[in-house]
Design a protein around this ligand. Structure first.
Ligand code: DP6
Length: 363
C-alpha cells in the first residue's frame, strides 16, 4: 500500500457532531526503532509486544464549526492542558492530507493514562494511537464508503505513526512489526500484526516495569533519532536490527528462550550504546538501572529462570518473563529489586491484544 491509499477522498458534510472514545495500550519493543527519515519512516524494522494495563483512554467530542483553522482543546486528567497542544497541532498538520475533515470541526480531546503521568513511561505510543483511532472512527461516520476492519486498523496505525513512530505498533496485539524487512510481512507506513504461530513459551508474556526514574528525560526520543543521521555506527546498527528481527521471528515460533533473552537484552544495550556513542553523547540509564540489570543476571544464573530485561529511551527497566514464572519472579522483584525503584514503585503488565473502542455516538 502507498500513502495515497490512505487519503479520504469523499465524505458527507451532513454530520454535525458526535463523540467517540478509545483506549489504546503502550508497547515495548524487542527489536528497537532508533533512527528515522523524513515523514516518520523508520531506518530499521522493529517488533514489539503490545501491553495491556498501561494505556491511554481518549474521548474526542466533535462539533461542526465555521472557519478554516484547526480548533481543539486538550483536557488531560480532567484539567485543560496547554502543554500538549503543540504536539497535537503538529500531528494535525502531518495527517491533514489523509483526514481532510480536520478543519470542519472543533474537537474536545479528553485524555487520561492508567499509569502515573510522571512515571517516565512514554505516553506518546498509547496517546497518539488512541487519538488516531478516534479520528478513524470519526472518518467512518463521515465516509461514504464502507470501511473494513483491516483498512481501519492499517490507517489508524498509519496516522498514529505520523504522531509518534512507536505508536503505530499499539493498535493491534500481541506482537506487531513495523518497517520493511525481508523476514516478515511488513510496511514502513504502518504496523503489521505478527501472524505466525507464537510458541506457548511466549504466550501471555509478563512485563514488570520498574520505575527507576520518574523525571522528565534529558534528551527526547525525537532528538535521539536525529542523532542517528551522523552516527558512526548507524549502518551496522540498522543491518543488525534486520538480522535480529529475522532471528527473533524463528525464536518466537520455535520457543527458544535462551536466544530470545540474548536478542532482547542485546537490543536494549545496543539502543543505549547508540546514545552513548552519538555526538553529542548522552546517557539515560541511572546507577539503579545497572544495579537491576546485574541482579537480573545473577538471578538467572542462580535459578535458571528465563527472566530478562529490556529498556526504552529512559532509565526504567522492563522485566520480561514467562507467565509460568510469575510467582517466582514477583517474589524476586519484591525482595531484591524494589529497593532500586523510585518510591518502591513498579507496574505489573502483560502482553495484550491491542486497542478497544469504548463508545461512539454520532448524530
Ligand atoms: C526507544 O516513537 O517515541 O522506544 O517517532 O520521534 O515519536 P518518535 O519516537 P518514539 O521512539 C521510541 C523509540 C524507542 C524504541 C521503540 O519503541 O522501538
Amino acid at each position: 500500500m502507498t500513502e495515497q491509499d490512505f487519503t479520504l477522498t469523499s465524505y458527507t458534510s451532513n454530520v454535525e457532531n458526535g463523540s467517540v472514545k478509545w483506549e489504546s495500550p503502550s508497547n515495548i519493543a524487542l527489536v528497537k526503532y532508533w533512527g528515522k527519515r523524513e515523514n516518520q519512516i523508520p531506518e530499521n524494522p522493529s517488533i514489539s509486544f503490545t501491553l495491556s494495563n498501561c494505556k491511554t483512554i481518549t474521548e474526542v467530542t466533535y462539533t461542526k464549526k465555521e472557519g478554516d483553522n484547526f480548533s481543539f482543546d486538550v483536557i488531560f486528567e480532567g484539567q485543560i492542558n496547554e502543554a500538549f497542544k503543540p504536539k497535537i497541532q503538529t500531528f494535525f498538520e502531518r495527517i491533514e492530507a489523509y483526514v481532510p475533515f480536520l478543519r470542519d470541526f472543533h474537537f474536545k480531546i479528553e485524555t487520561s493514562n492508567t499509569f502515573p503521568h510522571s512515571s517516565g513511561i512514554a505516553s506518546s505510543a498509547s496517546g497518539m494511537s488512541a487519538l488516531a483511532l478516534c479520528l478513524m472512527s470519526i472518518e467512518c461516520s463521515l465516509s461514504e464508503l464502507e470501511v473494513n476492519e483491516s483498512y481501519f486498523n492499517k490507517k489508524a496505525s498509519f496516522l498514529a505513526r505520523l504522531g509518534s513512530g512507536s505508536a503505530c505498533r499499539s493498535v493491534e496485539g500481541e506482537l506487531v512489526v513495523w518497517g520493511n524487512n525481508k523476514s516478515t510481512e511488513s510496511s514502513d507506513l504502518f504496523g503489521v500484526k505478527f501472524t505466525e504461530d507464537i510458541h506457548p513459551n511466549f504466550k501471555d508474556y509478563q512485563d514488570a516495569i520498574l520505575l527507576v526514574d520518574k523525571g522528565e528525560k534529558q534528551v527526547s526520543s525525537t532528538v535521539g533519532h536525529k542523532l542517528m543521521f551522523s552516527h558512526p555506527f548507524a549502518e551496522k546498527r540498522f543491518e543488525q536490527a534486520h538480522e535480529h528481527l529475522a532471528e527473533l521471528k524463528d525464536v518466537l515460533i520455535s520457543g527458544n528462550q535462551k536466544r530470545f533473552i540474548e536478542i532482547v537484552e542485546s537490543e536494549a544495550l545496543t539502543l543505549h550504546a547508540m546514545m552513548m556513542t552519538s555526538m553529542p553523547y548522552f546517557i539515560l540509564m541511572k546507577p539503579n538501572t545497572l544495579e537491576i540489570i546485574n541482579k537480573i543476571w545473577q538471578f538467572r544464573v542462580e535459578t535458571g529462570s528465563n527472566i530478562c530485561f529490556t529498556l526504552d529511551a529512559g532509565a526504567n527497566v522492563h522485566v520480561l518473563f514467562p507467565k509460568a514464572e510469575a510467582d517466582k519472579v514477583y517474589e524476586f522483584i519484591k525482595t531484591e529489586l524494589v529497593a532500586y525503584c523510585q518510591n518502591g514503585h513498579y507496574i505489573c503488565d502483560t502482553v495484550g491484544k491491542g486497542a478497544k473502542k469504548l463508545a461512539h455516538i454520532s448524530d
